[in-house]
Design a protein around this ligand. Structure first.
Ligand code: G3I
Length: 315
């Protein structure tokens, strides 16, 4: 079988996967290490995982992912420092003044990004700040701190780890639409203010047969703004059961997304959100849907895997 990490390297990009730290043994570990040159902890670096109770830090899952990556010559995408979800309730439900919450947020960034300083390729500094219509999501950070929390978060991340590339990440921003227009306007304004942002992450939680036709043009417009672009959470779900026809369409879709990244110089790489159907969030969140990743539940490569390889020049 082709080796995605080698094919990607020859094209000047990385190919990554989200992982679950507790599963990194046996075949799951050998495919992760053999096929991918970047990994992202699916949950282990989120605020609720690392500091569920104020001052009580749990780093074992995050440490395990970073150690695994270093043992296998892989990069790590750190995910994520500031997000409205999987927040500990002491943050989400605290009664904060703006100064107090800003300090809690920047201390969190300093602590976590500082712990892994020099060992993280990309940090998703701020995740999912927009509503679908392009307005700001009313997270606790937005409500208490206002629009400026994003700039403050990026400055704190740069101070904590000057070598990590700093990303703004969101979903439903793969094509050109109201939400990606808002992201574009924000990136332009952050750049104009000298805020240290290096890249945008397009999550790409897609549906079979529905890769946005404007994906490559959208990647290009962000890169023309002077930031890198990454596909950060690619999966392509379908209504179950999977049929040969759906799996063939899914192959074409994984190939198209990967080709769009290869085609734009500032697209740095692609991460799939779980490489196997046995490690995917889709069945839990979309009842009746699944089969969204390039390997089946028994770690056998699906047509989608060969679609990725073909986009990376394999034949
Ligand atoms: O760890 C607990 C376990 O102790 C408990 O028994 C079990 C029962 O529900 O839940 C476990 O926690 C789950 C956790 O995943 C780890 O498996 C949470 O319920 C579940 O909500 C959580 O889902 C994660 C989801 O983010 C939460 O929003 C998914 O694994 C993770 O893949 C998903 O990832 C997000 C990205 O971070 C951001 N973009 C969207 C993407 C998909 O939702």
């Amino acid at each position: 079988d082709p080796v995605l990490r080698d094919l990607a390297a020859a094209k000047g990009i990385y190919y990554g996967t989200a992982v679950t730290a507790s599963k990194l043994t046996g075949t799951y570990a050998s495919v992760t290490a053999g096929q991918f040159d970047s990994i992202t902890p699916g949950n282990e670096m989120k605020w609720g995982s690392v500091e569920p109770v104020r001052g009580d830090f749990r780093w074992s899952g995050a440490d395990a992912v970073v150690d695994f990556a270093e043992a296998n010559g892989q990069k790590v995408r750190g995910h994520t420092l500031v997000w409205h979800s999987q927040l500990p309730s002491w943050v989400e439900n605290g009664s904060w003044t703006a100064d107090a919450l800003r300090t809690v947020m920047t201390d969190h960034i300093a602590t976590e990004a500082g712990r892994y300083k020099g060992r993280i390729h990309h940090w998703d500094v701020v995740n999912e700040p927009f509503n679908e219509d392009g307005t700001r999501r009313q997270s606790v950070f937005q409500r208490v701190l206002g629009d400026g929390y994003i700039a403050d978060a990026f400055r704190a991340a740069r101070a904590a780890d000057p070598t990590a590339k700093l990303y703004l990440n969101d979903y439903n921003v793969e094509g050109i639409n109201a939400k990606s227009d808002a992201m574009y306007a924000l990136v332009r304004s952050l750049k104009a203010q000298g805020v240290p942002i290096d890249g945008v992450g397009l999550q790409a939680h897609l549906i079979v047969g529905q890769v946005p036709s404007t994906l490559q043009a959208n990647i290009k417009r962000f890169s023309d703004l002077g930031v890198d672009v990454a596909i950060t959470e690619l999966d392509i779900r379908m209504q179950l059961p999977a049929t040969e026809a759906k799996l063939a369409q899914q192959k074409a879709d994984f190939k198209a997304v990967t080709q769009a990244c290869v085609a734009v110089a500032r697209c740095t790489g692609v991460t799939v959100w779980g490489f196997t159907d046995s490690d995917s969030w889709i069945p839990d969140f979309f009842p009746g849907e699944g089969a969204a990743t390039p390997y089946d539940e028994g770690f056998r490569p699906k047509p989608a895997y060969y679609g990725i390889a073909e986009a990376l020049g394999w034949s």
